[in-house]
Design a protein around this ligand. Sequence first.
Ligand SMILES: [Zn+2]
Length: 165
Amino acid sequence: MNERLLCKCPNNIMAHKVVSILTNDDIVFRQHDETNDPRTGAYGPTPGIAIYVFEKDYEKAHMMIEPIVNSSTESIKPFCPKCGSEDTSRIEKNKFMIPLLILSIVLFIAPVAYFYFTKDLENHSMILDILAIIAFLSSIVMAFLCDRKTANYKCNGCGKKFNRI
Ligand SMILES: [Zn+2]
């Protein structure tokens, strides 16, 4: 009997789903993990877990696994790292973020440059020194705030903000 390639699963999770459906319906299949094949590139640039079925079962098997194959191409919604809820929504980036980030970089570099170029001068201006230190410290605070604001997802359940991993 002829075998036919039913599908190629990019990961174990999907392969497991396909296999359990086929097992439930008593469809004989053969699994071949191309990712474990020592011949690199033997299956093209994207090796996966190939699942073969007999030609006679192909139509039936294909119909049953189609929802899985299709759903895997949809983007998976991130879940909340705190409560595990999938009810999350995307946070639009704060439009002040980029100017704030640039300002923090300027405030970071300016005092460093100031101290670097004035280090050989005899009479430092006390006020400028203090301003430079304040600018330097505020740049660190701003950078910290920017970092905190980069969370791009929010949990609708518990309100936790997080980055999509
Ligand atoms: Zn949550």
